[in-house]
Design a protein around this ligand. Structure first.
Ligand code: AMP
Ligand code: MG
Length: 340
């Protein structure tokens, strides 16, 4: 077990240490605009294998490779369709990941055994600077233990990965708060595999056509063949049993009122606490899905710390970024939702 070092992204010498460790094949958790990533040299099979060990991640769950310049893409994939360039022009750097056919430079450990690879150019200045200084593409899944909610602060990474990684680079809280939008360009029609801050409407504005994978909104059997392996695993889950409750605030409050007991919490929107019986915690403002995205994973972790056993969550609106919020909450709730 390595001794973990906490680094400060405000110090240039700490950025350099993070980059050097990455270049040398060590693991460093670093901030991105979506969530914190657990970085390793994406071209170094041994380093990438350490990611799976540190996270306890299933080996067939592929990693996203992060780059800091468009030119780096050429070596990593065998084809760059015109749509990839158009999407990159519109949404890179930013919270969008594209799946393309991988080149021989990407080890199978990085792609989870698949012939394709997921690539993203993050917009977070710290992530970009560390990748640039490292001089290699950085494979970085979320920097949480597998099965825990994704980390949106350095403290979340400390909680999950202390003693399991070389360093954690603290760059403050993440702005977006949910993982990147993932789409594949390896299907006849581009297909959304995971919703994120770049919305289906934004992707359609560039692509024209976009299919939405059924796994975005529906439970997929653990043994099913899925286009995005990450989607078959129970994700983002706190220890509590979570149920999404779809209905207006009055109906929600009444429902929660009849289900009080030990360890019961309501997960609601800001300003609603006073109207809901029992204990409650908030995740953003009802009319502002971006604020929900930013707050959701921290709230799920907080529920664990508070010892919540039974959680009733207000249902987010599914428009725009709300689709990503709803998708993550569905997984936290193991797809349990009731409509009032
Ligand atoms: P994480 O970085 O932890 O958010 O996980 C990355 C997710 O991206 C995985 O769980 C997959 O679902 C998806 N992904 C990465 N690479 C591929 C790929 N080559 N094909 C399909 N999905 C991928
Ligand atoms: Mg993850």
């Amino acid at each position: 077990m390595p001794e973990t070092v906490l680094l400060d992204a405000k110090k240039p010498q700490d950025l350099e240490r993070a980059a050097q460790w990455l270049r040398q094949g060590e693991l460093v958790a670093l901030p991105t605009e979506t969530v914190y990533g657990l970085g390793a040299n994406a071209l170094d099979e041994r380093a990438v294998r350490e990611i799976y060990v540190a996270k306890g991640r299933p080996q067939d769950n592929p990693l996203i490779v992060h780059i800091s310049r468009w030119e780096e893409l050429e070596d990593l994939v065998t084809q760059i369709p015109p749509q990839a360039k158009q999407l990159a022009d519109a949404y890179w750097p930013g919270p969008m990941t594209m799946i393309l056919p991988k080149s021989h430079r990407i080890p199978l450990a990085t792609s989870g055994g698949l012939p394709t690879v997921a690539i993203r150019m993050p917009s977070h200045p710290v992530a970009r600077e560390v990748i640039r200084r490292a001089g290699v593409p950085i494979a970085a899944p979320s920097a949480n233990l597998s099965g825990h909610p994704s980390p949106t602060t350095a403290q979340h990474c400390v909680h999950d990965l202390w003693g399991r990684v070389r360093a954690i680079l603290d760059g403050g809280p993440c702005q977006v708060g949910v993982e990147s939008t993932v789409l594949t360009l390896c299907t006849p029609v581009p297909r959304l595999l995971r919703p994120g801050a770049v919305t289906p409407e934004q992707l359609r504005a560039v692509l024209g056509e976009l299919e939405v994978d059924p796994a975005v909104l529906h439970r997929i059997a653990e043994d099913a063949v899925v286009s995005s392996p990450g989607m078959k695993y129970k994700h983002y889950a706190p220890k509590a049993h979570v149920t999404i409750v779809d209905g207006d605030l009055d109906a929600f409050a009444a429902y929660v009122g009849t289900h009080q007991g030990d360890g019961v919490w309501a997960l609601c929107f800001q300003g609603e606490e006073g109207r809901i019986p029992g204990r409650s915690l908030t995740y953003g403002r009802q009319e502002d899905p971006a604020s929900q995205a930013q707050a959701l994973f921290d709230a799920l972790r907080m529920l664990d710390e508070l010892g919540a056993q039974r959680v009733f969550a207000r249902c987010p609106n599914r428009e725009g970024v709300g689709l990503a919020v709803y998708n993550r909450l569905l997984r936290a709730a193991a797809f349990e939702e009731i409509a009032l």
